[in-house]
Write a protein that binds this ligand. Structure first.
Ligand code: UDP
Ligand code: MG
Length: 318
């Protein structure tokens, strides 16, 4: 008999948590040979999420929770869940039922019996999502796979079931800028991919605006690829080459033919272009520097205001 911890990051999910709990109960009943822990991570919700979690806790001992002092983001919530999870197996699941709990038995079989270390899920369709969002998501995955060493599966969700070894490997990565989709791939191990059709939210609405997703994708690139830095160095070097050749050309022309005062508009264009390139490269450099700056400060990834879990804070801190 083994124990499964289900981590549920929640940010303003008061309208979905009851649906989630009902569905989870149904699946848990199918897997009666296992014990469960439902670990809700309240990511600084401003609505009644915490009340709902407390109600669930009052009627069900398997419900545990960590509540943040403010909104730290889903990545921090996942990390907090991983540190507090007490199960032999750990799953991460969204509260909105977009990660169907019904897949859990199949995922458990893959890890407990078929010898995989983690069962991961990916959406094969993105129906119900704005087309523009799907388009940029696809471009992002294609780009990431070209410029980074970690493999990112298109449509991969954070929904997965992992064994202890895999969880500990994730926890060993103490970085502050956590891009889980990259971390999952980076740690390696044997992964089984399970595919499913996109499901729409049961209630409430998405917390991800286009701008938030854009910033998230930049974070992913900075965390898992140095290619933009190489590109800016190469751009700089080739501009130097072009500039050197142009100087040589002008000097020789002056010596041979004299009078080269014409051509200043093209000069201005080139100056603007080079100025722009310099700013762009500085910006790229700055992005990496800012991430490194946050990294060296070693701030905690989250701050809990309250926790009711099976691990003591000392155990969770390891
Ligand atoms: N979430 C979170 N912190 C945040 C934003 C989201 O914990 O700052 C949780 C949210 O409660 C949900 C999951 O992350 O359980 C996925 O969020 P959402 O459904 O809004 O994203 P989408 O499915 O639209 O990508
Ligand atoms: Mg969702």
């Amino acid at each position: 008999m083994s124990k499964i911890t289900v981590i549920v990051p929640c940010y303003n999910e008061e309208s979905t948590l009851h649906f989630f709990y009902e569905e989870m109960q149904r699946v848990a009943a199918q897997m009666a040979e296992n014990t469960f822990e439902y670990l809700f991570v309240d990511d600084g919700s401003k609505d009644g999420t915490m009340q709902v979690i407390r109600e669930l806790r009052a009627k069900d001992e398997r419900v545990t929770y960590v509540s943040f002092s403010r909104n730290f983001g889903k990545e921090a919530a996942i990390y907090a869940g991983l540190t507090h999870a007490s199960g032999d197996y750990v799953a991460i699941m969204d509260a909105d039922l977009q990660d169907p709990p019904a897949l859990l038995p199949e995922m458990y079989r893959a890890v407990a019996q078929e010898g995989y270390d983690s069962a991961a899920t990916r959406r094969v369709t993105r129906k119900g999502e704005p087309p523009i969002r799907s388009f940029f998501a696809r471009r992002f995955y294609a780009l990431m796979n070209r410029i980074s060493d970690v493999e990112l599966m298109d449509g991969a969700r954070d929904y997965r079931l992992m064994n202890r070894q895999y969880v500990n490997a994730l926890l060993d990565m103490q970085e502050y800028n956590r891009f889980s989709k990259g971390l999952f791939g980076w740690v390696g191990f044997r992964i089984k991919w399970i595919e499913f059709e996109n499901v729409e939210r049961v209630a409430g609405e998405t917390k991800w605006s286009f701008w938030k997703l854009f910033k998230y994708s930049l974070d992913g690139i900075v965390a898992f690829s140095s290619t933009p830095l190489y590109i800016s160095s190469i751009l700089g070097a080739s501009m130097c080459g072009v500039g050197g050749a142009a100087i040589l050309f002008i000097v020789i022309r002056q010596l041979l033919f004299g009078g080269s005062a014409y051509g200043w508009p093209s000069m201005v264009c080139i100056m603007i272009l080079i100025g722009g390139l310099q700013l762009l490269c500085l910006g790229i450099l700055g992005l990496y520097l800012s991430k490194a700056y946050l990294e060296v400060k070693r701030r905690p990834i989250y701050i809990a205001r309250e926790a009711q879990t099976e691990k003591t804070p000392e155990q969770a801190a390891r």
